[in-house]
Design a protein. Structure first.
Length: 337
């Protein structure tokens, strides 16, 4: 019987074998196939147990905005949220969470094209070893602390001002720090610190240690009303959480981002039940009232919102949902545009 296809010659067989080896190698390199490695040569890769640098960048008109992670901290939210019985447990369960709740501490770096502006500075060494990563994140994002021109403080709690100083020295030596005068008058007052309850004295000490190097250097400025701090960024009073808590409105080319600081802490509870307050609120009634006012405005106009303690990168929008709110995170985009 004569085959329809001739048998390959020895030379042709060698060429075919080499071709199969080349294909196998290409597949292995592409990850579509594996190459058998002798057992003696196999070794398990060690677990690294580290995260990627915590920064995320987006464009707001012509402004470049970088979300920065100072780290996360476990909060006993079942103890510090003031809510009806069972409400905290219900919210955590519905969102597959537990207490202590791993809570992000976020800050933002805004490059306007003419100024480099940082909003809040993380905790430094004031809130435990899992925080204090901000300066490293700034460098990982391509900038240096020395390049920052202005620092806008939402309020003077330790997880927002602790990154300003290290060992009594300014971490941002060329920056001017801006904050609401009501917050400065409260947290930087020796008399108020002396009269404060024992459990809050550390908050005064942290604020004073963080701000004093800038005050002494003539690089601290306060404001008393709503208005522009640097071109394209204005302060808006949102008192209650602290006496001078502020939000910052960033606008460029018709785009708007509102950095709301600590108007809210625990999304899984306070979005559906916005009347729930937290032990960190200095004036709980005013804090809840301010949150309701600002959230209604944000849900109506559809502004982008940046939240200090929502899961990093903490940027999205608010939508009204019954008597509460729904958080719509910003879609991840691998391109900065």
């Amino acid at each position: 019987m004569t085959p329809s296809t001739p048998f390959p010659t020895p030379s042709r067989r060698r060429q075919m074998a080499l071709g199969r080896l080349a294909v196998a190698a290409a597949l292995a390199l592409s990850g579509l196939a594996t190459v058998t490695v002798p057992e003696s040569a196999q070794a398990a890769a060690p677990q690294l147990k580290t995260q990627a640098p915590g920064w995320y960048r987006l464009m707001l008109g012509s402004f470049e905005v970088t979300s920065l992670s100072d780290g996360t901290v476990g909060l006993p939210v079942d103890q510090i949220l003031h809510a009806p019985a069972g409400r905290v447990a219900q919210g955590l369960k519905q969102n597959f969470q537990q207490t202590p709740l791993e809570t992000s501490v976020n800050a933002w770096l805004i490059n306007t094209g003419s100024r480099l502006v940082l909003v809040d500075t993380g905790a430094g060494t004031l809130f435990g070893p899992t925080l204090g990563k901000l300066a490293a994140q700034i460098r990982a994002a391509g900038y240096q602390p020395e390049q920052i021109d202005d620092i806008l403080i939402t309020h003077m709690h330790p997880d927002h001002v602790g990154g300003l100083a290290a060992e009594g020295q300014r971490v941002f030596p060329n920056a001017t720090v801006h904050a609401d005068k009501a917050d400065a008058d409260f947290w930087l007052s020796e008399d108020k610190a002396e009269a404060a309850p024992k459990e809050t004295k550390s908050f005064f000490q942290g604020a004073q240690a963080s701000l004093t190097p800038y005050v002494k250097a003539g690089r601290f400025a306060t404001f008393e009303r709503d208005g522009e701090i640097v071109p394209g960024i204005r302060a808006s009073q949102a008192h209650g959480h602290t006496p001078g808590h502020s939000v910052y409105v960033v606008e460029s080319d018709g785009k708007r981002l509102v950095l709301i600081g600590d108007l809210i802490h625990v999304a899984s509870v306070q979005l559906a039940s916005p009347e729930v307050t937290i032990a960190f609120d200095g004036d709980e009634a005013q804090a809840a009232k301010t949150r309701a006012r600002v959230f209604a405005e944000l849900a109506k106009d559809g502004s982008l919102v940046a939240v200090s303690h929502f899961n990093f990168p903490g940027v999205g929008r608010l939508r009204q949902a019954g008597k509460g709110w729904q958080w719509v995170p910003l879609d991840y985009n691998s391109q900065v545009r």
